[in-house]
Design a protein around this ligand. Structure first.
Ligand code: 2HG
Ligand code: ZN
Length: 509
């Protein structure tokens, strides 16, 4: 029935759970910048007419499965469909006429089994916060929203393992765990909207990866429904289980191409009780590199985030966030945000202070400020976490999420500045502690344009490939990078992925 955009570019039919990764969506902020056109016209791929078109009889069948057709179970209203058909950047847009909102794994299984038999294309959708067009239809695929699958099922305070349905919002899960003295080992700007199932499906990274590792390290079990409706129960809560292939890992980061994740078990750590954040101003990227080396050695186990942003990022935040403040008296080319989290206030503070004194004495920073209380900590984080939203408010942004070697980490930003001159504002920020650069090329007050895109692609991908980096560090492939996988994966790897995909979803056309 379904086909992955990763593996076969020219097909519409896919089983793609939301590419959820970033963009905080709080009720007070809106991400929808005005009047952007789709950067990628859908005309270069054709709807495959071997797939069926939805009929009233199909809708009736779904109504029977879901136990009714009120808007909490399915959506057919044109206006309501709008938000499901397009991504938050208004960059990718489909034309679905039906959203299904199951509540149980059994309902998901019945829906997929029916779609498989009838050759109806389907796209799973979580919080729809992705950045690569992975969670919206390309054509008229049915949207399978996981929103109603939001129950937290169990928590074990000895092992720290929490089990929940995949549509649980990350922030809701975090609040639930905080009340028990635990925390989700994942934190993203999009936590207010993204779903834990989407986080797993896209192997979301975020700001805690440095401390706790990726979803591959923290997910113990997954229940997923395959394209033919088979319920695959890999939802173990065991820390150790060495019986054959560890199949849950197939679903993590597969962006829904192999199945719809319906349930998940995650091992969660105790919530740190002492948190400090330092904001530093630096003159060049080499200083950031030296500070990172020292932070790893001197802060060790209390280091929980190491983020950087260049000056243009700060300018965008100050322009678009009314409560953001210039952090220091003098502007600097670079800023580093270091977070420590631990359980011994005095010990953690001493460690951090010794580290800060050391980097100051070695002239690695121009200025610095330390926040130990919640209000100031969140002010510092705001400077980092609202960059994406602020860039989005300015106009069309071309986003590249790259893993690069630390020695050449920032060069691509400089190369692109040189290449584009005054045609765009080139910014760099991201999870430098994890070797992950977010290269954002902003064209204020402009719409997405294919012509402009040709100044950037395939150059950025070729450059990344030459550096032996990754063209997608954490945002996934989605629609955006379907044809670019070869820049980061060998032909043999792509071939094996196709084999896996085809064996799990034989209706690939
Ligand atoms: C972040 O780290 C997100 O803030 C978004 O991954 C990055 O907007 C981006 O390019
Ligand atoms: Zn990121």
């Amino acid at each position: 029935m379904m086909i992955s955009r990763i593996l076969q570019k020219n097909s519409i039919n896919r089983l793609t759970i939301n590419t959820i990764n970033s963009i905080k969506q709080s009720s007070s902020s809106s991400y929808h910048t005005t009047s952007k056109d789709e950067v990628v016209s859908m005309s270069n791929i054709k709807r495959n007419d071997e797939f069926s078109t939805l009929t009233n009889q199909d809708i009736k069948h779904f109504k029977d499965i879901l136990g009714g057709d009120d808007s909490s179970r399915m959506i057919t209203d044109k206006d309501e469909l709008e938000g499901f058909n397009q991504d938050w950047m208004k960059k990718y847009k489909g034309n679905s006429s039906l959203v299904l909102k199951p509540k149980t794994t059994d309902q998901v299984s019945k829906i997929l089994s029916y779609c498989n038999q009838k050759k109806l294309a389907i796209v799973p959708q979580g919080g729809n916060t992705g950045l690569v067009g992975g969670s919206v239809p390309l054509f008229d695929e049915i949207i399978l929203s996981l929103t109603n699958m939001n129950q937290i099922e169990s928590f074990d305070d000895v092992t720290g393992v929490v089990t929940c349905q995949s549509g649980c919002v990350l922030e809701t899960l975090e609040s639930y765990l905080n009340a028990k003295g635990f925390t989700v080992p994942l934190d993203l700007g999009a936590k207010g909207s993204c779903h834990i199932g989407g986080n797993a499906a896209t192997n979301a990274g975020g700001i805690r990866l440095l401390r706790y590792g990726s979803m591959h390290s923290n997910v113990l079990g997954i229940e997923a429904v395959l394209a033919d409706g088979t319920i695959m129960d890999c939802n173990s809560t065991l820390r150790k289980d060495n019986t054959g292939y560890d199949l849950k890992h197939l679903f993590i980061g597969s962006e829904g191409t192999l199945g719809v994740i319906t349930k998940i078990s995650i091992i969660t750590p105790p919530k740190p009780t002492s948190v400090n954040v330092a904001l530093l101003a630096c003159n060049d990227f080499n200083q950031i590199k030296q500070i990172l080396i020292k932070a790893k050695k001197q802060l060790g186990d209390i280091l929980s985030a190491f983020e950087f942003m260049d000056r243009p990022c700060i300018d965008y935040v100050l322009d678009h966030q009314s409560t953001a403040k210039e952090p220091f008296d003098k502007k600097s080319p670079f800023y580093v945000l270091i977070e420590t989290s631990g359980f011994h206030e005095q010990h953690d503070a001493e460690k951090l202070n010794a580290f800060l004194e050391n980097i100051m004495s070695e002239d690695l920073v121009l200025d610095g400020s330390l926040a130990t209380d919640t209000k100031n900590i969140s002010q510092f984080w705001k400077l980092r976490e609202t960059i994406t939203e602020s860039l989005g408010k300015a106009g069309a942004v071309y986003k590249y999420d790259l893993s690069l070697p630390i020695d050449t980490f920032y060069s691509i930003v400089e190369v692109m500045r040189e290449k584009l001159k005054d045609k765009a504002v080139v910014t760099g920020f991201g999870h430098v502690g994890d070797g992950n650069l977010h290269l954002n090329i902003s064209t204020p007050k402009q719409k997405y344009s294919k012509e402009f895109l040709s100044n950037i692609e395939p150059f950025v991908y070729e450059y990344t490939s030459q550096q032996k980096g990754s063209i997608s560090a954490e945002h996934g492939i989605g629609y955006m990078k379907t044809g670019q996988l070869h820049f980061s994966k060998s032909p043999a790897s792509i071939q094996l992925m196709k084999l896996i995909k085809n064996s799990m979803d034989p209706n690939v056309l």
